[in-house]
Design a protein around this ligand. Sequence first.
Ligand code: XUL
Ligand code: CO
Length: 436
Amino acid sequence: MAAFPDIEKIRYEGPESRNPLAFRWYNEAEEVEGKTMKEHLRFSVVYWHTFRGTGSDPFGAATMVRPWDDGSDSVENAQNRVRAAFELIEKLGAPYYAFHDRDVAPEGATLAETNKNLDAVAKVLKEEQERTGVKLLWGTANLFSNPRYMHGAATSCNADAFAFAASQVKKCLEVTKELGGVNYVFWGGREGYQNLYNTDMKRELDHLGRFLHMAVDYAKEIGFTGQFLIEPKPKEPTKHQYDSDAAACLNFLRAYDLLDHFKLNLETNHATLAGHEMMHELEYAGMQGALGSIDANTGDLLLGWDTDQFPTNFYLTAQSMSVILKYGGLAPGGVNFDAKLRRESFEPVDLFHAHIGGMDAFARGLKIAAAMRKDGALDDFVKQRYASWDGGIGKEVESGKADFNTLEKYMLDKGEIAPNQSGRQEMLENIVNWYL
Ligand code: XUL
Ligand code: CO
């Protein structure tokens, strides 16, 4: 039985369309900078919010109406849910999806039983992937929901929690490989702390380094060749998350000799919680060769937590896409909608409206970014702004020829610096608006 019987495949109808169940910008075959939109954007639907999100919050119970879900924790219900999920993903025309082990299959009484449940659901995931052609962008292990991880997983004070987490990641890597996943994500979950009075930070971070090396070794052992990604987030659930932002993650990876094996999965709302714009996080990762994938969503500037809303703001998506294009795209990563419906949007059709809006916002952002890049309006200004480094004393500094003695001599001779020029921020902000 169809889960969304009244909804047809979503089609591109162009910007003039007034059909809310059509794309106005996402035209998967349309070429931008020599690649199709589908190849650039590599959209992915998340299993956790989209198929396990109930709409409950600390003040009230579940609101979502999901006729295909019997509400039980049975393996059979989990398998039926997979069929509903692939119906939605296929009707949206999203080429990828992403999951946590515990979203797709229920935990059993023991680790062995849990692994068996996961295998039983993975079998249906594989069937549905083959039936629809939808692929797995990434898998990940949920190392935060179960109370055994109250003190963390790889950074727990309890060595058994580390061992359980390792077993869970081992199994999840096997399943991700079996399903042809092209990436594997580590979001820190409860890897962090609330208070240093009870925390040995050095020991916890050493353990996290060990844990990730074990994952790298195991991937090699089983021949999993997907890209490993770390997803930064500064707070929630713990007060101090170890992987707080792109810079902190890259420093950690460098300190523990893991840089060759990981890139970053950057999430918009996590960037804002860290006090950064998404553009900053993308640029920071990009310039270090570590831009892997994005979790596309948006926060609410009036609220200080991870609201995980669907992105609809062209300004934001244009900024993100301009950095992504600058660094050559996201593949094998993609644009993964780590976003959820408001609890008031409880009907199944709302899942379509949300994804259509997000996909259109990124498609429009891609076109805006490409148009700005084609005209070179910002690039030319930036190049010109740094022109003093292209020759003369600037070039001597960049090429390593100058030292403090030569610089002092240069300045003693010259007496004062060349006049500064305006940064023209307001003009550039206006120019960006030309393209919107
Ligand atoms: C949590 C978050 C996670 C990761 C995957 O804020 O973003 O869903 O994306 O574990
Ligand atoms: Co995320």
